[in-house]
Design a protein around this ligand. Structure first.
Ligand SMILES: [Zn+2]
Length: 41
């Protein structure tokens, strides 16, 4: 089982079933990440 990790705050977002990769990066909805998004734009 793989883990989905927030690339901004490194929080674990969820899990997925895949034998090839053990980790994916995504984005969660925490306040820090929302602030980051606004900074990037
Ligand atoms: Zn996050």
């Amino acid at each position: 089982m793989g883990t989905i990790i927030c690339q901004t705050c490194n929080s674990t977002i969820g899990h997925f079933e895949d034998e090839k990769v053990s980790r994916l990066y995504g984005k969660c909805d925490c306040e820090d990440c929302k602030a980051m998004d606004e900074d990037l734009d």
